[in-house]
Structures are given as structure tokens and as C-alpha cells.
Design a protein around this ligand. Structure first.
Ligand SMILES: Cc1cc2nc3c(=O)[nH]c(=O)nc-3n(C[C@H](O)[C@H](O)[C@H](O)COP(=O)(O)OP(=O)(O)OC[C@H]3O[C@@H](n4cnc5c(N)ncnc54)[C@H](O)[C@@H]3O)c2cc1C
Length: 394
């Protein structure tokens, strides 16, 4: 069996890539290890993915609409609404159960003409362009790994580099009976800060929510997943109040050391996209957005009129630049600057200040002309220092 492009992984990145390529007449095979998508992490979408959902005809029916995000720390809380963002084209996003979301992405890809083969990649001959899989050898003009954060091809080719500053781990589950409390609006994601980490609450409607804890190496939490989860919730008055009557309805899933990138996203006969190329800490729910924009750019580079090598270099530079904005803000998050600004007294919050934060939360990092998010990423530490010395308004 031979395709023009063989994509490893039919997650959102792989399906978006396959769809863009197939629409340009490229013969695409998606190799997917798991027949029935699972309830994996990556459940909170950003408005910045909206244009790609629209372009590819992604059906959002039934997903809870998300209008903003709430951040809490020691009983103080603040809500940001996407309506305050610089980009007004998409002022909402969705909270998605991944077992449904991923299946819909596969439908999008199949409708566009991609073939999905179920099997697992086990060895790649690159640049020979042959992939050895559990269902035999597959060949293609190019192999693209979109197989997620195991970064299989990147690791195999010696391109993967871990992030020395971010060695976090996470545990997540789903709960029933989760309450909304002011200032939460229906559909908001809630992030509760705790010592050495943070808790996410992503609602799906009817009191059911994905709940998880991200822990830095400095986290004092120890013990089993159950013990760490309970201690994390108990250490946050904001999470405790929202989860007071909640019961866990899913087993815990654990993840660790998930921030990494690749020294190159492409080479002779191969490319890497989505988490398989680069993944940064999930605090700003940026993973799917980065994967989708990476996929759109990669498809354009492979099917455009520019010389392929130059087009791929330009794609990689643009893809890294958007991811780099989030990477910068994640450092500001763990330095405490984000929450200093977020919880600053209203009289210190200038309109550009909230617009910058909301534009970042909306994922406005790839739009031509996006300035609010870039400026905020650069100026956050200075603004936070000014808030700490209460001199911002002076
Ligand atoms: C704790 C945590 C919380 C997160 N929360 C969010 C969030 O709220 N919002 C958000 O946008 N992102 C979030 N993310 C990130 C998000 O999960 C990913 O960025 C997103 O799923 C990436 O999509 P992808 O298509 O690149 O990879 P994946 O979604 O991982 O899809 C990869 C696909 O490849 C298949 N595959 C893997 N290996 C092989 C193989 N060898 N052969 C064949 N198939 C294979 C898999 O079965 C899967 O279907 C979070 C991440 C973490 C760690």
C-alpha cells in the first residue's frame, strides 16, 4: 500500500493535516493505533482554533460552549471573558469529551478522502519512507508523525529535547456533582492555584467535569494518585467549595514530564506535527490549538507553489513562534506573574492589560496582526512588578 503522505496518528492534528492535504488532491493514509478513541486529556478548546473548525467543517454540536476562564488563588478569583479579546471573530470555544471529539475528527478526515488504517507504527525507515507497523509495511512519499506526546519519531531520530525548566506531572479524572460558584459562568474552565501546582476543572454540563492536578517537582503532594488528588483539592478553598459534593466517576490517569520539543520539525522524507513535534505545559489549554495550526501550516507548505524546503523552514519558524509565545507566558505563570496581574485590583487594570491576558487565553498567537497577546507575553513580568509596587497607574 502506498500513499503520498502517511500520517501516524488520527488525533486532531493528524486528521486536520490529512483533511487539508486531501482537499488539495494528496493521497493520505492515517495510521491509528486505537480503534475507539479514549477519554484522554486535551478537553478545553480555545477560540483561536475556531477558524480551523470552520474551514474543516468540524461539527461542535453537543459540546458545552466555553465563554471564558476563571482563575482562583487563596479564595481570590477573577474571570476573563473571550469577548474582551483583540480578535473578535470567535469569542467562544468548547469543552470536549475527547472520546467524542476524536471520533468526529476521524469523520472529517474520512469525508475528505483520507484512508484510516488501524495499526501501530513500530519502526520507520527514514528517509527510506517505509513504515513498519503491526499491520505490515506501509510506504509513502513522506511520513508525518502526529502520534502525540510520546514523540515517537522525534525520539527515534534523536531530535527530541526535554524542557529543563518544566518537569511537571499530572493526574486527572472525571467527577459528577461539580458545582459552579461565582464568578464562574456556564462552560468556563476554572484553574485553582495550589502550592507547587494547579488544579483544572473543565465542565461538560450537568455537573460532570474533568478534574485534574498538575504538579511541579516542588509540589509537596505525595502518595497514591487518590491521596495526592484529595490533598490537592483540600489545599485549595476554591476547589474544595466546587467539589464538596462531587464523586469521582473515572479511574485516575497519570502523565509526567510532558514538555518537550524537537530540534527540527522536518527532514528528508519526514515531518513532525502536533504534540509529536512540540508540547508545552497545559496551563493555557494550548495543545490542540498548536496542533491544528501546525497542521494547517504544514499542509500549506507541502502543497504550495514555493520550493518545498524553504516552505517547510518557514512553516517551522511560524509554528515555533506561536508556541514560543505560550512558552514565555508559562514561565510567567510559574513565576507567579500571571496571577499577580490577574488578581490585581481593578483600579490598576488598564483595558490593554485585560485585552492582552484574554487574547492569550483565547489562543490568538497565529493571526496576522495579533499584537495584544505578543505584547502581554513580553511585558507581563514588568507589569507584574509594577502591580506589586502598585505603581502601574501612577
Ligand atoms: C495534563 C494535560 C492536560 C491537557 N489539557 C489540554 C486542554 O485542556 N486543551 C488542549 O487543547 N490541550 C490540552 N492538553 C494537550 C493535548 O492533550 C494535546 O496537545 C493534543 O491532544 C494533541 O493532539 P495530537 O493530535 O497532536 O496528539 P494526540 O491527541 O495525542 O493524538 C495522537 C494519536 O496518535 C495515535 N498514536 C500514537 N502512537 C501511535 C503509533 N505508534 N501508531 C499509530 N498511532 C499512534 C494515538 O492513538 C492518538 O489517536 C493537555 C495535556 C496534558 C498533558
Amino acid at each position: 500500500m502506498s500513499a503520498d503522505v502517511l500520517v501516524i496518528g488520527a488525533g486532531p492534528t493528524g486528521c486536520a493535516l490529512g483533511t487539508y492535504l486531501a482537499r488539495k488532491g494528496v493521497k493520505v493514509t492515517l495510521l491509528e493505533a486505537v480503534e475507539k478513541p479514549e477519554s484522554v486529556v486535551g478537553e478545553s478548546m480555545l477560540p483561536g482554533s475556531g477558524p480551523i473548525f470552520d474551514e474543516l467543517g468540524f461539527d461542535t454540536t453537543g459540546f458545552l460552549v466555553k465563554h471564558g476562564a476563571v482563575f482562583c488563588q487563596d479564595g481570590g478569583s477573577v474571570r476573563f471573558d473571550f469577548k474582551e479579546a483583540e480578535d473578535q471573530r470567535h469569542t467562544h470555544a468548547w469543552q470536549v469529551q475527547r472520546e467524542v471529539f476524536d471520533l468526529r475528527w476521524r469523520d472529517v478526515a474520512t469525508r475528505a478522502g483520507c484512508e484510516i488504517v488501524y495499526g501501530k507504527a513500530i519502526r520507520a525507515d527514514v528517509p527510506g519512507k517505509t513504515l513498519h507497523t503491526t499491520v505490515g509495511a506501509l510506504s509513502a512519499g513522506r511520513i508525518v508523525d502526529t502520534g502525540g506526546r510520546t514523540m515517537w519519531l522525534s525520539s527515534t531520530l534523536g531530535l527530541r529535547v526535554g524542557d529543563p525548566k518544566l518537569k511537571n506531572s499530572a493526574i486527572g479524572t472525571r467527577c459528577r456533582g461539580v458545582k459552579m460558584l461565582a464568578p464562574d459562568e456556564p462552560g468556563d474552565i476554572t484553574i485553582c492555584c495550589i502550592e507547587g501546582g494547579w488544579i483544572w476543572i473543565i465542565p461538560f454540563g450537568d455537573g460532570v467535569a474533568s478534574v485534574g492536578v498538575v504538579m511541579s517537582p516542588a509540589s509537596p503532594l505525595r502518595g497514591t494518585a487518590e491521596e495526592r488528588f484529595a490533598a490537592a483539592v483540600a489545599s485549595s478553598p476554591d476547589a474544595t467549595a466546587r467539589l464538596a459534593d462531587a464523586e469521582r466517576i473515572f479511574p485516575f490517569r497519570g502523565l509526567s514530564d510532558f514538555t518537550a520539543t524537537s530540534t527540527s520539525f522536518h527532514g528528508e522524507g519526514f515531518a513532525l506535527c502536533g504534540d509529536a513535534a512540540t508540547f508545552i505545559d497545559p496551563v493555557f489549554s494550548s495543545g490542540v490549538l498548536l496542533g491544528l495550526h501546525g497542521a494547517r501550516g504544514l499542509a500549506a507548505a507541502l502543497t504550495g507553489s514555493a520550493a518545498e524546503e524553504a516552505a517547510l523552514d518557514a512553516w517551522q519558524a511560524e509554528y515555533r513562534e506561536g508556541a514560543g509565545i505560550f512558552r514565555k507566558v508559562i514561565d510567567h505563570w510559574y513565576a507567579g506573574d500571571f496571577m499577580t496581574l490577574a488578581l490585581a485590583p481593578r483600579e490598576l487594570q488598564k483595558p490593554y492589560f485585560r485585552r492582552g491576558i484574554v487574547s492569550l487565553l483565547a489562543g490568538d498567537v497565529y493571526r496576522t496582526g495579533a499584537t495584544a497577546s505578543r505584547l502581554m507575553a513580553d511585558r507581563m513580568p514588568t507589569l507584574a512588578r509594577a502591580v506589586r509596587s502598585s505603581s502601574l497607574g501612577a
